[in-house]
Design a protein around this ligand. Structure first.
Ligand code: ZN
Ligand code: ZN
Length: 115
Protein backbone atom coordinates (compact mmCIF):
# COMPACT_ATOMS: atom_id res chain seq x y z
CA UNK A 1 0.00 0.00 0.00
CA UNK A 2 1.34 3.39 -0.96
CA UNK A 3 1.79 5.99 1.71
CA UNK A 4 -0.09 9.18 1.00
CA UNK A 5 1.32 12.21 2.65
CA UNK A 6 -1.19 14.85 1.63
CA UNK A 7 -4.65 13.59 2.58
CA UNK A 8 -5.71 11.29 5.33
CA UNK A 9 -7.78 8.58 3.73
CA UNK A 10 -10.74 7.37 5.71
CA UNK A 11 -10.93 3.63 5.18
CA UNK A 12 -14.25 2.33 3.84
CA UNK A 13 -16.63 0.59 6.22
CA UNK A 14 -16.87 -2.39 3.91
CA UNK A 15 -16.13 -3.58 0.41
CA UNK A 16 -19.09 -4.64 -1.68
CA UNK A 17 -17.15 -7.36 -3.48
CA UNK A 18 -16.13 -8.81 -0.12
CA UNK A 19 -19.74 -9.40 0.91
CA UNK A 20 -21.65 -12.61 0.54
CA UNK A 21 -24.06 -12.50 -2.38
CA UNK A 22 -27.09 -12.51 -0.08
CA UNK A 23 -25.60 -9.53 1.74
CA UNK A 24 -25.16 -7.77 -1.59
CA UNK A 25 -28.79 -8.52 -2.44
CA UNK A 26 -30.09 -7.11 0.83
CA UNK A 27 -27.74 -4.14 0.63
CA UNK A 28 -28.87 -3.34 -2.92
CA UNK A 29 -32.52 -3.65 -1.97
CA UNK A 30 -32.04 -1.42 1.08
CA UNK A 31 -30.22 1.21 -0.99
CA UNK A 32 -33.10 1.17 -3.44
CA UNK A 33 -35.59 1.53 -0.61
CA UNK A 34 -33.62 4.42 0.87
CA UNK A 35 -33.42 6.02 -2.53
CA UNK A 36 -37.17 5.77 -3.03
CA UNK A 37 -38.23 6.39 0.58
CA UNK A 38 -41.09 8.81 0.96
CA UNK A 39 -40.21 9.95 4.44
CA UNK A 40 -37.35 10.12 6.90
CA UNK A 41 -38.57 7.09 8.78
CA UNK A 42 -38.50 4.87 5.71
CA UNK A 43 -35.10 6.20 4.78
CA UNK A 44 -33.63 5.60 8.24
CA UNK A 45 -35.09 2.12 8.38
CA UNK A 46 -33.61 1.22 5.00
CA UNK A 47 -30.20 2.52 6.09
CA UNK A 48 -30.35 0.58 9.36
CA UNK A 49 -31.17 -2.58 7.47
CA UNK A 50 -28.39 -1.92 4.95
CA UNK A 51 -25.87 -1.57 7.78
CA UNK A 52 -27.23 -4.68 9.45
CA UNK A 53 -27.00 -6.63 6.20
CA UNK A 54 -23.29 -5.88 5.81
CA UNK A 55 -22.57 -6.26 9.55
CA UNK A 56 -21.44 -2.75 10.37
CA UNK A 57 -22.70 -0.10 12.76
CA UNK A 58 -24.61 2.63 11.01
CA UNK A 59 -22.47 5.77 11.37
CA UNK A 60 -23.85 8.82 13.18
CA UNK A 61 -24.62 10.49 9.85
CA UNK A 62 -27.24 7.81 9.23
CA UNK A 63 -26.17 7.37 5.61
CA UNK A 64 -23.86 4.82 4.07
CA UNK A 65 -23.24 4.75 0.34
CA UNK A 66 -21.38 2.70 -2.21
CA UNK A 67 -18.81 4.61 -4.23
CA UNK A 68 -20.40 6.26 -7.27
CA UNK A 69 -17.11 6.83 -9.07
CA UNK A 70 -17.65 6.98 -12.80
CA UNK A 71 -13.95 6.47 -13.54
CA UNK A 72 -13.66 3.04 -11.98
CA UNK A 73 -17.21 2.15 -12.85
CA UNK A 74 -17.36 -0.54 -10.25
CA UNK A 75 -15.44 0.70 -7.22
CA UNK A 76 -16.82 -1.38 -4.37
CA UNK A 77 -16.06 0.81 -1.36
CA UNK A 78 -18.98 1.32 1.03
CA UNK A 79 -18.50 4.27 3.36
CA UNK A 80 -20.02 6.87 5.66
CA UNK A 81 -21.51 9.64 3.51
CA UNK A 82 -20.21 12.11 6.09
CA UNK A 83 -16.57 11.05 5.78
CA UNK A 84 -14.26 14.01 5.26
CA UNK A 85 -12.80 14.62 1.83
CA UNK A 86 -15.51 13.02 -0.30
CA UNK A 87 -16.40 14.39 -3.69
CA UNK A 88 -20.07 14.60 -4.53
CA UNK A 89 -21.11 13.15 -7.87
CA UNK A 90 -23.92 14.71 -9.88
CA UNK A 91 -27.14 12.83 -9.16
CA UNK A 92 -28.65 11.20 -12.21
CA UNK A 93 -32.24 11.55 -11.07
CA UNK A 94 -34.59 12.59 -8.30
CA UNK A 95 -33.14 10.35 -5.61
CA UNK A 96 -32.81 10.62 -1.86
CA UNK A 97 -29.39 9.06 -1.73
CA UNK A 98 -26.41 11.29 -2.20
CA UNK A 99 -23.82 10.08 -4.73
CA UNK A 100 -20.22 10.28 -3.61
CA UNK A 101 -16.85 9.09 -4.71
CA UNK A 102 -14.98 7.33 -1.91
CA UNK A 103 -11.95 9.09 -0.47
CA UNK A 104 -9.54 6.89 -2.41
CA UNK A 105 -11.28 7.74 -5.69
CA UNK A 106 -11.59 11.41 -4.78
CA UNK A 107 -7.88 11.36 -4.16
CA UNK A 108 -6.95 9.19 -7.09
CA UNK A 109 -9.00 10.61 -9.95
CA UNK A 110 -9.96 13.99 -11.33
CA UNK A 111 -13.56 15.08 -10.85
CA UNK A 112 -15.87 13.15 -13.21
CA UNK A 113 -16.99 16.28 -15.05
CA UNK A 114 -13.70 18.08 -15.34
CA UNK A 115 -12.25 16.13 -18.23
ZN1 ZN B 1 -14.21 4.57 -5.00
ZN1 ZN C 1 -12.71 5.60 -8.77
Amino acid sequence: MTVLTHARITPPLAYYDGLYSFQQDVFDTCMEHADNAHDAHGYTRAMQLAALAIAIDLPASGTIVKCACSHCGDCDAIFDAASPGLRRVEPSGPYNLPRYQCTACTDGHPAPHED
